[in-house]
Structure formats: structure tokens, C-alpha cells
Ligand binder design. Structure first.
Ligand SMILES: NC(=O)c1ccc[n+]([C@@H]2O[C@H](COP(=O)([O-])OP(=O)(O)OC[C@H]3O[C@@H](n4cnc5c(N)ncnc54)[C@H](O)[C@@H]3O)[C@@H](O)[C@H]2O)c1
Length: 311
């Protein structure tokens, strides 16, 4: 198995690289460190790392021609500056087109894309995979474009439409932001929304199946299928940090504004049916483990997908 992973210095990309190296795969990673980190490559000495952008067609073609991948995991995505539409289009649309066309040239066995559930926009939860797209952000608009190119590849492609996967090395979204602020003694702003969280360990079990040659193709919702409120998530993190009332600044709770969504709950029933996959780890247990990881490793710079969100 020769696997090319874009976004290999990021959260999902680096975990997949580690997992596949352990299974004996030859792995090449490409990343421009937009949101990825050098520290994420610490356990990836066995992989070849190429610093650069998926928007650079010559670089992508060279990486493909050298490795001749059997499998491609396209995990690179731009989202850190919601007002930088050009960067989103360059990475998420043009970069994806480069990866898809190079994958076609090499007739890869599996082409895996990670889609954001934000592409469904304000669809009513629980959202089925057949639901039409109505993205509201530059990130989700451009990611929708990338998925359409992937689907046009004629290859055995899979798009996993992710709600919120969490685990070690997650630096985007409410968990790292709450941990960072609580540990710094700062007050958090909690947006009163509902979200569906999936533990990375459950995600990796699905990925093993998705990468099997001959496994089902197409688009699948990937989520726990159960949601919680962000105030509930905040309470779990406070508990994980061992903080009692009075030991942290009281948070401000506000209602979602702008393009933020009240609820994002996916229906993963087709994924369960086709892959025989059911997530096992509860969000309470998974969040407790995640907080332990942040305690041991710190948080650092954090990111959010939303323009007006304060946390
Ligand atoms: N983690 C989730 O819950 C989640 C949810 C929805 C979608 N996704 C998708 O999964 C994929 C991985 O996300 P993640 O959570 O690991 O985020 P991440 O930010 O940790 O990983 C993305 C990686 O892509 C890299 N990158 C950005 N622009 C690039 C470019 N032009 N060329 C090369 N590399 C570039 C970043 O530096 C980063 O390392 C993304 O495609 C994202 O849209 C993730």
C-alpha cells in the first residue's frame, strides 16, 4: 500500500499517517503548515514529508509520479481565515482538482475526501446524506466544490462528510478553545448550539474499512448520530480539568449569530448499513480522555470556522 496524504501535518492527516505506517504502508505527506504543525510529524519519521501547497500543480504531479500511490487521502483544507476566499478556493477547489486529476492519471485504488457537514447549511437535523447542499461559508462553499470534483473522478472515491471528529492534536473548535481559556483563567463565551461529536478512535475504525480495495464508494455521513449542547460540552471540560464552581470565571452564554448553525446532527445510518460501522465511545468518555491529552501536551494556537464567533 502506497498512500499519499495531503494535509499530513494536520489533525486527521497525521493520525492517519501514524496508523498506516504502523500497518507497513509507504506514506508521503504534503502540507503547507497553514493550520498543521511540525510537532504533529514527531512520530512520522518513517514517512516522507513534502512542504508545499496542493495548489501547486507541478509539486502535486511530482509527488504522485515519485510515489505512484495506490491510495490517496486528501485531508488538506483551508479554513483559518474566513475572509480569505482566494485561499479557500486555491486550496479547497483548485488544490482538490489537482489531487483528483493526478489520482486519475495514476488510476488509484481509493481516493478519500473529507467533507464538512457545514456544506449542508441550515438543513434540518438529523441530516441525511441525500440532503441537498446549501453552504453558507467560504470554507463550506469551496469544500462542496472539491467534493463535486472528487465525485467526477470516475475512480473508486469516498467522501466522508464529517460533523466534528475530536481527539489528540485537535486545535480547531470549542474543545481546545475552552481548555486554553479555562487553564489561562479567562472567561469563555459559549454559543448555545447543538453539535454531534465523534471520537477519533471510532473514526479510525471506519477509515480502515474505507481504505479497503473494493469497499463501498460514494458519500457518507460520519458522526455519532447523537448530539449534545455546547454548554454540556463545556461542563464536561470543566469536570475534566477538575475545576469546581468558583475556581473558573463564569462563562457568557450567547445564542448563535450570523452564519453559525443552531444544530448540526448527522444521520450516519447509510454508513452503518454499508460499512457495518457503529461508533462506540461516548462523548463523555472521549472528552475526558481529550482533556487529559491537552493537560499533558498543551493547546497553543486555536482556530474556528466561523467569522463572527468569539470563544
Ligand atoms: N476534524 C473534523 O472534525 C473535520 C470536520 C469536517 C471536515 N474536516 C475535513 O477533514 C480534513 C482534515 O481536517 P483536520 O481536522 O485534520 O484539520 P487540520 O487543520 O488539522 O488539517 C488540515 C491540514 O491541511 C493543511 N493545509 C491547508 N492548506 C493546505 C494547502 N494549500 N496545501 C497543503 N496543505 C494544506 C493544513 O496545514 C493542515 O495541516 C479537512 O479536509 C477538513 O475540511 C474535518
Amino acid at each position: 500500500m502506497r498512500v499519499l496524504i495531503t494535509g499530513g501535518a494536520g489533525f486527521l492527516g497525521s493520525h492517519l499517517a501514524e496508523h498506516l505506517l504502523k500497518k507497513g504502508a509507504e506514506v508521503v505527506l504534503i502540507d503547507n503548515f497553514a493550520t498543521g504543525r511540525k510537532e504533529n510529524l514527531a512520530n512520522l519519521a518513517g514517512a516522507k514529508f513534502v512542504e508545499g501547497s496542493v495548489a501547486n500543480k507541478a509539486l502535486i504531479d511530482e509527488c504522485f509520479d515519485k510515489l505512484k500511490p495506490t491510495h490517496v487521502i486528501h485531508s488538506a483544507a483551508a479554513f483559518k481565515d474566513p475572509n480569505n476566499w482566494k485561499e479557500d478556493i486555491d486550496t479547497n477547489v483548485l488544490g482538490t482538482a489537482h489531487v483528483v486529476q493526478a489520482s486519475k492519471r495514476h488510476d488509484v485504488n481509493r481516493l478519500v475526501y473529507f467533507q464538512t457537514a457545514l456544506a449542508y447549511g441550515r438543513a434540518k437535523s438529523p441530516i441525511k446524506v441525500e440532503t441537498d447542499y446549501a453552504p453558507l461559508l467560504s470554507y463550506s462553499i469551496s469544500k462542496a466544490g472539491g467534493e463535486f470534483y472528487t465525485a467526477m473522478s470516475g475512480l473508486p472515491w469516498v467522501s466522508l462528510r464529517l460533523a466534528n471528529v475530536y481527539g489528540p492534536r485537535l486545535f480547531t473548535g470549542p474543545q481546545p478553545i475552552f481548555v486554553k481559556k479555562l487553564r489561562a483563567g479567562e472567561a469563555c463565551t459559549i454559543v448555545n448550539t447543538r453539535r454531534d461529536f465523534l471520537d477519533l478512535r471510532d473514526f479510525m475504525i471506519l477509515m480502515d474499512q474505507v481504505l479497503e480495495v473494493g469497499a463501498p464508494t460514494g458519500a457518507y455521513n460520519v458522526a455519532s448520530g447523537r448530539d449534545i449542547t455546547i454548554p454540556q460540552l463545556f461542563d464536561m471540560i470543566v469536570k475534566g480539568l477538575g475545576l469546581k464552581e468558583g475556581e473558573y470565571k463564569p462563562p457568557t452564554v450567547q445564542e448563535p449569530a450570523g452564519e453559525d448553525l443552531n444544530s448540526l446532527l448527522l444521520d450516519p445510518s447509510l454508513t452503518t448499513e454499508k460499512f457495518g460501522w457503529t461508533p462506540k465511545i461516548s462523548v463523555a468518555d472521549g472528552t475526558a480522555a481529550l482533556v487529559e491529552w491537552y493537560k499533558a501536551n498543551g493547546v497553543g494556537e486555536t482556530f474556528t470556522h466561523f467569522v463572527n464567533k468569539k470563544s
